[in-house]
Design a protein around this ligand. Structure first.
Ligand SMILES: Cc1cc2nc3c(=O)[nH]c(=O)nc-3n(C[C@H](O)[C@H](O)[C@H](O)COP(=O)(O)O)c2cc1C
Length: 203
C-alpha cells in the first residue's frame, strides 16, 4: 500500500519562544486535517564569532531542519520573529543553503505560509511576513494566506493578518496568547494542510 499521508513542515526560529508557541498551535491545526502530519523543525542560531560549529542536534526542542526535510514535505509553514522588520539572519542563512533544491525545482508547486511575532503592533510584522514570502516565491511555492472568512481577522486587537499569523507580546508570561491569535494559528495549519491534500489528490 502506498503511503498516502501528507506531511507539512512547520519550520521556525525562535530564540525567545514566542514564535515557537505559534508553531506548536499551527502544527495542531495541520493535524486536524485527516491524513496530514506536521513535522516541526527549527534552525540553529548564527554568530559573527564562529569559534566552533554548532551541534547537529539541539540540546532541547525540535531537531534542526535539513534540506531533506524541505524536499520531503508536501507543504511548508515558515515562522520567524520580526527582527528590524525582516526575518532574522539564522533563518535567512538556512534558506540560503537551499540553492540545490531551487535548481532542481524541488519545492515548486508546494503550498507555503508564513508566521511571525513581534513586540510592537506596527513594528514590522507585516513586512517580515512579506519578505519571508520572497524566497518561497523564487522556489515556486504557492503562497497561502488567511482569508477574511476567518472572522478572527476582523475581531483581532492583537496579532493576525491576511498575510499570515502573527503574535504580539513583549512578555510571554504576562501576555497570554489571544483567542484570535490562537484561532488564526489553527486556521493557518488547517488551510495549508487542506491545500496540500487537494494538490496531492489532483496530481
Ligand atoms: C535583533 C532584534 C530585532 C527586533 N526587531 C523588532 C522589530 O523590528 N519590531 C518589533 O516589533 N519587534 C522587534 N524585536 C522583538 C521581537 O520581534 C519579539 O521579541 C519577538 O516576540 C521575539 O520572538 P521569539 O520569542 O520567537 O524570539 C526585535 C528583537 C530582536 C532581538
Amino acid at each position: 500500500m502506498p503511503d498516502t499521508t501528507s506531511e507539512i513542515l512547520v519550520l521556525y526560529y525562535s530564540p525567545g519562544g514566542t514564535t515557537a508557541e505559534l508553531a506548536r498551535i499551527i502544527a495542531r491545526g495541520v493535524e486536524e486535517v485527516d491524513g496530514v502530519q506536521a513535522r516541526i523543525r527549527t534552525v540553529p542560531p548564527v554568530s559573527p564569532v564562529c569559534e566552533q560549529v554548532a551541534d547537529t542536534v539541539p540540546e532541547s526542542g525540535p531537531l534542526y531542519a535539513t534540506t531533506d526535510d524541505l524536499e520531503a514535505c508536501d507543504g511548508l509553514i515558515l515562522g520567524c520573529p520580526t527582527h528590524f522588520g525582516n526575518m532574522p539572519a539564522a533563518m535567512k542563512y538556512f534558506i540560503d543553503s537551499t540553492s540545490a533544491l531551487w535548481m532542481g525545482g524541488k519545492l515548486a508547486g508546494k503550498p507555503a505560509a508564513v508566521f511571525s511575532a513581534s513586540t510592537s503592533m506596527h513594528g514590522g510584522q507585516e513586512s517580515t511576513l512579506l519578505t519571508m514570502m520572497l524566497p518561497l516565491l523564487h522556489h515556486g511555492m504557492l503562497i497561502v494566506g488567511l482569508p477574511y472568512t476567518e472572522t478572527a481577522l476582523f475581531e483581532t486587537r492583537s496579532g493576525g493578518s491576511p498575510y499570515g499569523v502573527t503574535r504580539l507580546t513583549d512578555d510571554l508570561e504576562a501576555t497570554p496568547i489571544s483567542d484570535e491569535e490562537r484561532e488564526l494559528s489553527l486556521a493557518m495549519g488547517r488551510r495549508v494542510a487542506g491545500v496540500a491534500r487537494k494538490l496531492r489528490a489532483g496530481s
